[in-house]
Design a protein around this ligand. Sequence first.
Ligand code: PBG
Length: 322
Amino acid sequence: MRNLINRPRRLRRGESIRALVRETRLTVDDFIYPLFVCEGEGIRREIGPMPGQYHLSIDELVKEVSEARKLGVRSVILFGLPKEKDAHGSDAFAEQGIVQRAIRALKQEVNDLIVIADNCLCEYTDHGHCGVVKDNDVLNDPTLDLLAKAAVVQAKAGADIIAPSNMMDGFVEAIREALDENGFEHIPILSYAVKYASGFYGPFREAAGSTPQFGDRRSYQMDPANRREAMREAMLDIDEGADMLMVKPALAYLDVLKELRERSDLPLAAYQVSGEYAMIKAAARLGWLDENRIMWETLTAIKRAGADLILTYYAKEAARQL
Ligand code: PBG
């Protein structure tokens, strides 16, 4: 027997002692459940590359959210598939737009629910870009006016939190101003402050039909190579009045999340995006990974890196197991 003083294994000798010294724990309050709402009735259409996730008509959405709520999930974020798309993404800021109707239904039918409104144009524009397009360029300031309009309409419909996601410069300030002018000074802004131009959004774009019809999003979303720029984006959003910040995607950007945790005291969210979910699902289907272990391992990693909140398509499943 060697005379080893340091034996870390002493604290790993059984589940009870491991639980005693566990540093990171997930709770159901950490999760935000993203959902896709479409027109029609009785529709529950599985999204090909996102097994277990669906296009839901409003009536089915209410059922899905009620179920999730019963399992303890308290927050959802909505994405809309409008009847019609146009150059300005009008459905995003129409009083009767798909998401606005969905918000009203959820607030009426489900108790104690936080409804977060994703604030962007790409699901509603026929060209698939997140803003107003002119001569193949995505215009910044004219887009801000539309986002501000959408935020007010979302708040009127009953949204509890507005989450601007399109990465135009000044979007937090524009939305804050519009909300305040319309009596919504109490509505918080969760800014997608650090959003990378990522291949991990692939399945979402198929789900939302929001693939850009020309070019890509690199002139507004961030270069995956940049970490300092992420801090700059976040600090600007804090100055503009963001109440919470998001990093997106999650797993490939944990270093960014960790640094932001050290630099800001605001609540931080991380989005485990469609591609992260799809990779796990696909490998599990092939029998190459144990889905459940990977679900918990990735969610734990995201929280350990500094996220207070996690947007995840696994919200309901994880809640079921907690
Ligand atoms: C843009 C938006 C995107 C996602 C949510 N909101 C992606 C994009 O830039 O196309 C992606 C979410 C996911 O991949 O799960 N409004």
